[in-house]
Design a protein around this ligand. Sequence first.
Ligand code: G6P
Ligand code: MG
Length: 220
Amino acid sequence: PIKALLFDLDGVIVDTAIYHYQAWRRMANTLGFDITEEFNEQLKGISRTESLEIILAHGGLTISEDHKLALATQKNEWYLELISQMTPAAILPGVTDFFVAVKAAHLKTALGSVSKNARLILERIGMIDDFDSIIDGTKISRGKPDPEVFLKGAAELHVRPDECVVFEDAVAGVEAAKRGGMLAVGIGLPSVLTQADLVVPSLAQLTMEEVFTLSAVDRP
Ligand code: G6P
Ligand code: MG
């Protein structure tokens, strides 16, 4: 049976994916190249340092470790600037109602995000107390698609991986859930999140009954 729900943050709970993209784009532009929204898909769910490596390779740049650290710090400053005005209004459609249903169903909840800014963001949107466990970028050593972030969440909640459903907007995040032996609900497009057990445009389009039905479905 399903006992716990594990949520990604950026792009699932709150609309910060766009700010990560804007900050990385600004950095790329200062280095003399551009990144597209399509390119950005592969950065979703990927840690700050790994994202930087992917972007630098895309721009064909080789730079020193010191320069990399400076760029990552600069990107984060721009990102923090972009999210500084954030309020509960940034919570994505359907999230608040969905959490009411989750609590009513007595399911446990965990946050599973690679972001080191996760707690700050949850404070800003007033959702820090909505999670029984918070696993973020400060608690893990391997980013998605490694399942570490979700396995740690399941362990803190004292549930088995097969009792968990993960909610993810990133290809790397869905892969992490599947590698961890969990069910995965994709938030976005079925054509992008091909590994997910179910894909919905947002949590506004999902009922608790559909979540429970997931575990009943026969899988190969
Ligand atoms: C999430 C986002 C990524 C971001 C990563 C690290 O996984 O989807 O776009 O790079 O967190 O975020 P941070 O806030 O630590 O730079
Ligand atoms: Mg995400």
